[in-house]
Design a protein around this ligand. Structure first.
Ligand code: GDP
Ligand code: MG
Length: 163
């Protein structure tokens, strides 16, 4: 089964998923979509981002016209951040999310997460890392590898760094 296929020691990608403030009440449906896509949740927490955390998280967008709206939105309420693991987790999770704009998602990918739970181009329900390098950076922001019990964020495979 999926748990056995993804158990400690197998080589899998990891990615950072965020349920944005507009979709936090849909966390149950969203976790179902994650498992239905063949991914597993290996870490999760609810948190509220500060303006600085959100700006660091979205640093590649600092010069964009939508940056302030974006940071305002993602700091407007709690978010759920998760580490997802599985075969091709980065691209599989982005496929589950659907197109960035929720309106486009409803047209082109009606079963996607953003089509189902997003509102518009900014309020679009979820985030997914866009590459393995982004995933490593974003996982480190929320689940620092120097603390706690769990896999290293830089390893391509999963093993516990403390036991
Ligand atoms: P993603 O990787 O699909 O989330 O898209 P991007 O990395 O390009 O943008 C990050 C986030 O900024 C998106 O998820 C949206 O919340 C927001 N965003 C992106 N492009 C636009 C835009 O053209 N207009 C507005 N208002 N928001 C945008
Ligand atoms: Mg992006």
């Amino acid at each position: 089964d999926q748990y056995t296929a993804n158990k400690l020691g197998s080589k899998k990608e990891r990615t950072l998923a965020m349920i944005k403030p507009d979709a936090v009440t849909k966390v149950g449906d969203i976790i179902q979509m994650i498992y239905d896509a063949g991914l597993i949740v290996t870490k999760a927490k609810m948190t509220k981002l500060s303006w600085k955390q959100a700006g660091d998280f979205y640093m590649e967008h600092q010069s964009k016209s939508f940056f302030n709206n974006l940071v305002q939105f993602v700091t407007s309420g709690p978010v759920v951040v998760m580490e997802l693991m599985g075969d091709e987790a980065v691209s599989v999770w982005r496929k589950v999310l659907g197109p960035t704009d929720s309106g486009a998602a409803r047209k082109d990918a009606p079963a996607s997460l953003r089509a189902r739970f997003g509102t518009d181009g900014t309020k679009n329900a979820g985030h997914g890392s866009d590459s393995l390098a982004s995933a490593a950076r974003e996982l480190e922001l929320f689940f620092p590898s120097t603390t706690g019990h769990g896999p290293s964020n830089t390893a391509q495979y999963s093993y516990c760094t403390c036991c």
